[in-house]
Design a protein around this ligand. Structure first.
Ligand code: DLZ
Length: 158
């Protein structure tokens, strides 16, 4: 997946409540992803609260708590998993990915998927929304979660 073809995001979501749950491994990349999420929320007029968890493996449980609280119309999960020399990468990546997908379907609250799974730190930095990054996955995940929440609002008002 290259990032080519991403949607434009110029909608208004004033006052929508968003929870951002962010892992703590790979500090520089995480700082970029969180800053991107906050920038996107600000552009849409969304109200954001951020919570940190230790690693990406912990994301689904805390995202589930935020999503089922009834306080947020969208939740964004941010994390970075860098491939190492053991199968650990696959286990943590698939547990986090499957868990986040399950939370969205079970709670019916959109979960922005801002989890980078990369071969090395350079790939992650290139997607972290930093000044010399090519992509801004924290912002992308936030726009996706909030725009999905607006679609759900529409459908539920029919
Ligand atoms: C243990 C571990 C390793 C090796 N690598 C990462 C990583 O690259 N990114 C990440 O978010 N978390 C990593 N973790 C931590 C696990 O996600 C988890 O926090 C621990 O296994 C404890 O449950």
């Amino acid at each position: 997946m290259s990032g080519v073809g991403a949607p434009t995001n110029d909608f208004d979501a004033s006052g929508i409540q968003v929870a951002v749950i962010a892992a703590s491994w790979h500090e520089q990349v995480m700082d970029g992803l969180i800053a991107g999420a906050l920038r996107a929320a600000d552009q849409m007029g969304a109200v954001v609260q951020v919570w940190r968890v230790p690693g990406s493996f912990e994301l689904p449980l805390v995202v589930q708590e935020a999503a089922s609280s009834g306080k947020f119309e969208a939740v964004v999960a941010l994390g970075v998993i860098i491939r190492g020399g053991t199968p650990h990468f696959e286990y943590v990546s698939s547990a986090a990915t499957d868990g986040l997908n399950r939370v969205a379907l079970d709670t019916k609250v959109p979960v922005g998927f801002g989890l980078l799974t990369c071969d090395d730190e350079a790939q992650a930095l290139d997607r972290a929304g930093l000044s010399d990054s090519r992509e801004d996955k924290g912002a992308e995940a936030t726009f996706a979660a909030v725009s999905t929440a607006l679609v759900l609002r529409d459908l539920r008002s029919l």
